[in-house]
Write a new protein. Structure first.
Lengths: 35, 559
């Protein structure tokens, strides 16, 4: 059970990092800037 | 004599910066050079083994994804090894499996180049675990950090063409830098009587008639890369204070230079890439000014000793020797402490928990700033982040669009830099506050007063800066501390790396701006001063209040 919690936590955090990477890509491409 | 010892080490470092910085430049510039004949065939074989047929340059997103994916695989394999360690080979001391939350903390710790150890190497790790998980991750996490810095440098100094190929850089960091250097340092350490053996612990009968088990193992091979890769930790629980890890002052100097040289050389490498070596020296000088300030604070605080002990009539002319090794004394202990927290290595040769209040404030502040040379690669990247912030602030003051290395700094870069700068204090201060809201946190403290706050603050600061040293009076091997510091280490490593690679990717796309009479030059002493000022200003605004509650309040109680 503890192993499952640890693995899920790791997977969740790396998932958040991938979402953050996508958001950074959106910012770099000029997303959200006033035209 | 103390000052002379410190000066000799700094002079040796200064002599090494240029040749090592040039070598790193040649390794990653992808221009043909003499080392190709030596390492080229090995690298080609490795490329074939990993199936790397296309070594074309990657976009910043692909580079970051490749690094994260590689790290995920290494974390998964290492977690399995630690959980099954008791049944695996090369385990002559019959070490059992590592507990789940401790395995979680350990794999994150070593993958993020933190090397915070909530276990003790003598009893909690088999030889197989020391070699296959710990030593392996010391190479791969250092290489990951270094290639991120190289990719960032390419992004801010070149126009277009991507940031390079992650897998090619990752292999080269091993074959041309860490493996050869680790081999040399290992052999030197073995020559200076650091053990390297697979024999089990030695059992002896002491003069008092007791039976003692003396821990041994493959120490030298771990010791070399733990410093070269600014990893930290150690084969033994007390790290480089243990006589088998660091038997004499000469090994102490070798270990200090091992962890300091590559980090200190990266500004020169940057100058080579930017075709402006003066720019590199300005960045180096800013780092060195901050370093010397913190070294002075640590050394003179420790040399002054504890006034309460002095008032008891005890001879304290040697300074505060509590928690220090007699063979190193105050000077080599203060230098090791300042370097290990500047380069965010985190291995210790004295117990940081017993430093005087201001002596302990210096390493804490270095990790809070996270730019004083910094860990393998990421510290340098953080300093460039502050350089860009510095030109942005100067641009605001004179009403001119800021530029860095001929590229305009606009809102998209500043958004990502703001996130990277603000994430660091957030993941230190918020968990520290939470740890005082629950008995799960406060039960671990060994001091009920101001030093107790410093213990918790140091643990999360060390985790966020991917340092790994600790105020080890903290009883931190619990599920609460294992999981909370594990999450802080992950956030401290990857948030800034992703954001700053985004900045590099954005800058690499931009057209260079022609230089005019109004261009603000960043290769001047004036800019060096602005850079140091920016770092100290941001650091003071975010961390001074909590430092007043911890080490500064503790200092005032001794007066």
């Amino acid at each position: 059970m503890m192993d499952f919690l640890m693995v899920i936590t790791l997977a969740g955090v790396f998932g958040v990092f991938l979402l953050f990477l996508m958001w950074c890509g959106h910012v770099v491409d000029g997303g959200g800037e006033n035209q | 004599m103390d000052i002379l010892q410190i000066c000799i080490v700094i002079v040796v470092l200064l002599l090494l910066v240029k040749p090592v910085g040039s070598y790193v430049y040649h390794v990653f510039s992808n221009e043909e050079n003499r080392t190709d004949k030596i390492f080229g065939p090995v690298e080609k074989l490795l490329y074939q083994i990993i199936g790397l047929k296309n070594r074309s340059s990657m976009s910043w997103k692909k580079y970051a994804l490749s690094m994260i994916a590689t790290n995920i695989i290494l974390v998964a394999v290492s977690y399995l090894v630690l959980r099954l360690m008791g049944g695996l080979p090369v385990n002559p001391n019959q070490t059992g499996n590592m507990e789940a939350s401790l395995s979680f903390n350990t794999v994150i710790s070593f993958m993020t180049n933190t090397n915070l150890q909530h276990y003790s190497g003598e009893s909690g790790m088999s030889y197989f675990g020391q070699m296959i998980v710990i030593t392996m991750m010391m190479f791969t996490s250092a290489a990951s950090g270094l290639v991120i810095a190289i990719a960032f440098i390419r992004g801010v100094t070149r126009r277009g063409g991507g940031l390079g190929n992650f897998f090619e850089d990752f292999v080269k960091a091993h074959t041309r830098l860490f493996l050869p250097l680790a081999l040399i340092v290992t052999l030197v350490l073995v020559g200076l009587q650091v053990p390297q053996t697979l024999d089990p612990n030695v059992t002896v009968n002491t003069l008092g008639g007791a039976v003692q088990h003396i821990a041994m193992g493959p120490v030298a091979s771990l010791e070399s890369i733990k410093h070269l890769g600014t990893n930290g930790g150690g084969f033994f629980g007390v790290n480089s204070a243990h006589p088998f890890e660091n038997p004499r002052p000469l090994t102490n100097v070798i270990e200090i230079l091992s962890m300091w040289t590559i980090s200190a050389s990266l500004p020169y490498t940057f100058g080579r890439f930017a075709k402006n070596r003066k720019q590199g020296w300005i960045i180096f000088s800013a780092m060195m000014v901050l370093f010397l300030a913190f070294l002075s604070l640590t050394y003179f605080s420790e040399k002054s000793g504890n006034p309460l002990i002095h008032d008891l009539g005890i001879n304290s002319t040697q300074g505060s020797m509590e928690g220090k090794e007699v063979r190193f004394g105050v000077a080599q202990s203060a230098l090791f402490t300042t370097v290990t927290t500047a380069a965010t290595t985190g291995s210790v040769n004295n117990m940081h928990d017993t430093l005087t209040p201001l002596g302990g404030l210096a390493p804490l502040a270095e990790m809070m700033l996270n730019v004083v040379f910094g860990g393998k690669g990421v510290g340098f990247v953080n300093m460039i982040m502050y350089a860009i912030l510095g030109v942005f602030i100067c641009g605001l003051m004179v009403g001119r669009t800021p530029e860095f290395l001929g590229r305009k700094i606009e809102s998209r870069e500043m958004k990502l830099i703001a996130i990277a700068i603000l994430a660091h204090p957030l993941i230190i201060l918020a968990p520290t506050a939470i740890s005082f809201m629950t008995h799960l946190g406060t039960d671990a403290l060994s001091n009920p007063m101001y030093h107790g706050l410093s213990q918790s603050l140091y643990e999360f600061t060390s985790s966020a800066a991917n340092n790994g040293s600790g105020f080890e009076g903290l009883g931190d091997n619990t599920v609460f501390w294992n999981v909370s510091t594990g999450l802080v280490m992950l956030l401290g490593r990857y948030v800034s790396i992703i954001a700053l690679l985004g900045v590099a990717g954005s800058l690499s796309r931009k057209q260079p701006v022609p230089e005019t009479i109004g261009t603000f030059h960043t290769d001047t002493k004036l800019f060096g001063g602005i850079l140091v000022g920016t770092v100290l200003l941001i650091g003071a605004l975010t961390f001074l209040p909590v430092l007043v509650l911890g080490p500064i309040a503790e200092y005032l109680t001794l007066r």
